[in-house]
Design a protein around this ligand. Structure first.
Ligand SMILES: [Zn+2]
Length: 241
């Protein structure tokens, strides 16, 4: 699970010290919750108050509520801003698809080995056991190809979402920049990996069938097609069919 709760270093721009309604148990210094229904808050005895949104308030937020981001009314500016950060919003996207994202573990060597397997046409063999073994290797290779291509697609979506959110709240730009750079860097790694599996013919088919938002991006297409053109002229059997 990625740690993507709202933290005090996130610039709040015009929402700095903006009043937000919070719930808390009685007593000074108790944790602040965005919802009365938060399971970490005992409903009986919970009090509602308004506090200014700042680093002190963020420091007192319950970690679950700080993660989900549903502070402020959903139709208010501050509510929209905090929702864009929380849940599967910007703070989560900034942590996904970077070198530090441990969910993706395919390395370059594995990709090259797999691409090599898929480049060779399967041939029928007299030896049943041997043939079965070959198909197993091929199935594994196809699964890995699918996970690399789908990671590339998901990483592109994640990067796009992060870019759109930062563009909507421009005071986040400087703060987000180093994190965006890590995402862009990792995107390059994924593009390079995906390029091993994409043939010019497969690329054209994908471009014809996919919406711009689901493609890796125009840059991806040019990078991937350039690499595919330089690679083996022999198409991978399944893609060519
Ligand atoms: Zn809570």
């Amino acid at each position: 699970m990625l740690d993507c709760a709202l933290t005090a270093d996130v610039p709040l721009g015009p929402f700095q010290d903006h009043a937000v309604s919070v719930y808390s148990a009685k007593g000074k210094g108790s944790k602040l919750h965005a919802r009365r229904t938060c399971t970490r808050l005992r409903a009986d005895g919970a009090v509602t108050s308004e506090v200014p949104l700042n680093s002190h308030t963020i420091g007192r937020m319950c970690s679950s509520c700080a993660h989900h981001g549903d502070w402020g009314r959903p139709d208010s500016g501050v509510g929209l801003f905090l929702r864009a950060l929380g849940g599967v919003g910007l703070l989560y996207q900034l942590q996904r698809y970077t070198e530090r994202d441990r969910d993706y573990t395919v390395d370059q060597e594995e990709v090259e080995r797999t691409a090599e397997v898929l480049r060779v046409e399967p041939v029928a063999s007299e030896d049943e056991e041997h043939e079965e073994e070959d198909w197993e290797i091929r199935d594994d290779a196809e699964r890995l190809r699918e996970s690399v291509v789908s990671a590339c697609r998901d990483a592109a979506r994640s990067l796009h979402l992060a870019q759109v959110t930062v563009a909507s709240f421009p005071w986040l730009a400087d703060w987000a920049q180093p994190k965006m750079a890590l995402k862009e860097q990792f995107m390059e790694t994924l593009r390079g990996q995906a390029a091993h599996f994409v043939t010019p013919a497969g690329l054209l088919a994908a471009a014809a069938g996919a919406s711009p938002a689901t493609l890796c991006s125009p840059t991806t297409l040019s990078t991937v097609s350039a690499k595919a053109a330089k690679g083996t002229p022999k198409p991978a059997p399944r893609l060519a069919g």
